[in-house]
Design a protein. Structure first.
Length: 285
């Protein structure tokens, strides 16, 4: 279901709530701009933003565009060209390739790595472009992003005390990053509030799911992903069910309790927990 949701999102593009005006995209090094000047083919073309944030443009030479929005670049080019080069220039600027801003997707996805940030991207789109989550993915996604303090902020206001500050009075510094946790099961069910709008530089991490071991008289012994509220019956179904020689009355669980390994009987309706080992014994007769 989650795979279907991700692929549908990739085909449909970003959700409407996450769409932004592409003209507000901030240009950076390695981006590729297409600049078109009406009726001026020699002044129109494809221009790569170099490391210092500038492009080399006919007649104008080096033009600084790094840190400007697409709309601002249009204004700069229009002003520069109208200063003795072209009368009333009609300038259009668009992004041909987004290269300067990236999103990083790591963990239990099929194609981890960096993605080009195209001005608007949601969590679903990022996961789809990373090939979707794997079968070993956990129940949540963790988004780590840089925290942006308000401009001009120098920390909290003084308390009004005229005495010298002591080490204990100093406020704790704000963390440089913030963490957003997204419930993938709610996202799968279509809860749009879980479809977070991403920002340039965000890192999306999909942790590995917790697991349980199933041994003994089952058709496919091994390690399986455990989900919340899962029962012994459900875990045994993942293992292909019990063999013909299995006894439903001789199922045991090996579990860590207060740092000690404890073994006891367990029924098909009982819940299981991460790290458990379920052992299905052979019937006696």
């Amino acid at each position: 279901m989650l795979m279907l949701l991700l692929m549908t999102a990739l085909q449909a593009g970003p959700a409407p709530a996450a769409q932004v005006d592409s003209a507000l995209y901030v240009v950076g090094p390695n981006d590729v701009l297409t600049i078109t000047v009406f009726n001026q083919p020699r002044l129109s073309g494809r221009f790569v933003v170099e490391a210092d944030g500038a492009i080399t443009y006919p007649l104008l030479g080096r033009v600084a565009v790094g840190g400007l929005s697409i709309r601002a670049v249009e204004d700069v080019m229009r002003q520069r060209l109208s200063a003795g080069y072209v009368r009333d220039p009609q300038v259009s600027v668009s992004m041909e390739e987004y290269r300067s801003q990236q999103i990083f997707v790591m963990g239990e996805v099929r194609q981890p790595g960096s993605l080009e940030f195209t001005g608007a991207m949601t969590l679903i789109e990022a996961l789809a472009r990373a090939g979707s989550v794997t079968d070993r993915a956990g129940a949540e996604a963790v988004i780590v992003r840089a925290r942006h303090l308000p401009s001009g902020s120098n920390g909290p206001e003084p308390s009004g005390s005229n005495g010298p500050e002591t080490a204990g009075d100093a406020p704790e510094p704000e963390p440089e990053t913030e963490t957003i946790r997204v419930d993938l099961q709610r996202l799968q069910s279509g809860t749009l509030t879980e479809n977070v709008s991403l920002r340039p530089g965000d890192t999306v991490f999909i942790p590995r799911a917790e697991t349980i071991f199933v041994l003994g008289q089952v058709r496919t012994p091994g390690e399986y992903v455990v989900r919340p509220k899962m029962t012994v019956r459900q875990v045994l179904a993942l293992a292909g069910g019990m063999s013909e020689r299995a006894s439903t009355r001789r199922i045991q669980v090996v579990r860590q309790v207060d740092g000690k390994e404890v073994t006891g009987g367990i029924s098909l309706q009982d819940p299981v927990y991460p790290g458990d080992t379920i052992v299905v014994r052979e019937r006696l007769f």
